[in-house]
Design a protein around this ligand. Structure first.
Ligand SMILES: NC(=O)c1ccc[n+]([C@@H]2O[C@H](COP(=O)([O-])OP(=O)(O)OC[C@H]3O[C@@H](n4cnc5c(N)ncnc54)[C@H](OP(=O)(O)O)[C@@H]3O)[C@@H](O)[C@H]2O)c1
Length: 340
């Protein structure tokens, strides 16, 4: 392939609000030996992408998603689905034309993306590209519930924040793992969360999940609005608390980690912060559940590539009801539902 070929992409050269994003024509990336060049059909837009674009909390700039003093990769975007365009010299798992999905470090808000072959998997056969682009999000609740929380069939689980990008997956994954699910959400999301499979619902505008004493084997927290002692008070003596949300600042996040570690020294409860590690095995696990009908994305909004800024303003508001996706290859120039 000619390395000078061009593509449309969303580009930012500094951190800031979504106003720093521009729709530009830039050079297509070229895959390394263990990479795949994907023609992106759809991408996911999440609160994680918003954090990476704003560079706040500042700690994010020190991770592979960031860069100092400016973003390492000008093109943001992580979750995506698309078709393999070209494979690196050492890649044997994919070939041109394969339909894939997965989570790159950055670069998905573009017509073409280079991603390590180990971070993608064949797309679920029963999903559209748009739906498939939302599935890599489910790796976080999968690892949070199954691995960090050790959730098993028959156990009682509380999900604080069951209606957002992570929570809607968490409810379904927990049901697929055989747990009894109590979901915390607001009135407007009660019906949706019930349809996803929650056995019991706590509407946080009317009821406090902390009332009722120790009764859960696992608490999965996507909101982080309650103190650690509140969350521990509803856990059984050997229950597990998994914190998914990072806090509003780097200091709050570090403080939260320290509190979890310190408290762990004095209890049989397992107190953990989630650090998601994207990988193909978990994508394949999720694909299996999707293909037997146990998981389905909840697509709340769709935007075209040039309106990524509006998509990020929406998810950055932290009132999402499921997932937001960016339409890229197939309907790139259509007028969006929510672009303006
Ligand atoms: N550690 C990791 O590896 C990892 C990976 C992925 C995500 N995360 C983090 O996980 C968190 C959740 O992500 P997300 O994509 O689910 O966020 P999100 O989509 O922005 O979550 C928004 C949802 O939270 C609900 N909510 C707000 N306040 C609530 C409350 N007090 N009680 C219950 N629900 C409430 C909102 O419903 P209402 O508007 O109706 O209240 C909305 O549906 C984020 O902080 C994200 O950064 C961490």
């Amino acid at each position: 392939m000619d390395a000078a070929e061009k593509m449309h992409a969303i580009v930012r050269r500094t951190y800031g609000t979504p106003d720093v994003l521009a729709y530009e024509k830039i050079e297509r990336p070229v895959p390394g030996d263990e990479d795949v060049l994907v023609r992106v059909h759809a991408a996911g837009a999440s609160i994680g992408d918003y954090i990476i674009v704003t560079g706040k909390p500042y700690l994010i700039r020190l991770t592979p998603f960031g860069g100092v003093p400016r973003p390492r990769n000008p093109v943001p975007g992580a979750c995506m689905s698309g078709q393999v365009e070209e494979v690196g010299a050492k890649v044997t798992t994919f070939r041109q034309g394969d339909e894939v999905f997965g989570e790159a470090v950055t670069g998905a808000f573009a017509e073409y993306l280079v991603v390590a072959a180990k971070l993608i998997a064949p797309k679920p056969i029963n999903l559209s590209f748009e739906e498939a682009a939302a599935v890599p999000w489910a790796v976080a609740p999968l690892q949070g519930l199954r691995d960090a929380g050790g959730l098993e069939a028959g156990q009682r689980l509380l999900i604080n924040g069951a209606s957002g990008g992570v929570g809607t997956w968490a409810v379904q994954i927990a049901r697929a793992l055989g747990a009894h699910v109590t979901a915390v959400c607001s009135t407007r999301n009660v019906d949706m969360v019930r349809r996803l499979g929650a056995h019991e619902i706590v509407d946080y505008t009317k009821q406090d999940f902390v009332d009722g004493g120790p009764r859960f084997d696992v608490v999965f927290d996507t909101v982080g609005n309650r103190s650690l002692s509140d969350c521990r008070s509803v856990l059984t003596a050997e229950g597990a608390y998994v914190s998914c949300s990072g806090g509003d600042s780097g200091a709050a996040w570090l403080f939260g980690l320290a509190a979890l570690w310190l408290a762990s020294l004095f209890t049989r409860q397992k107190l953990k912060a989630l650090f998601t590690t994207p990988n193909r095995d978990d994508l394949l696990f999720l694909k299996g559940l999707v293909e037997v009908g146990q998981l389905k994305p909840v697509i709340e909004r769709r935007y075209p590539l040039r309106a990524v800024g509006n998509a990020l303003r929406h998810v950055g508001g932290r009132r999402s009801q499921g997932q937001t996706v960016i339409q890229i290859a197939s309907v790139r120039d259509q007028t969006p539902d929510h672009a303006v």
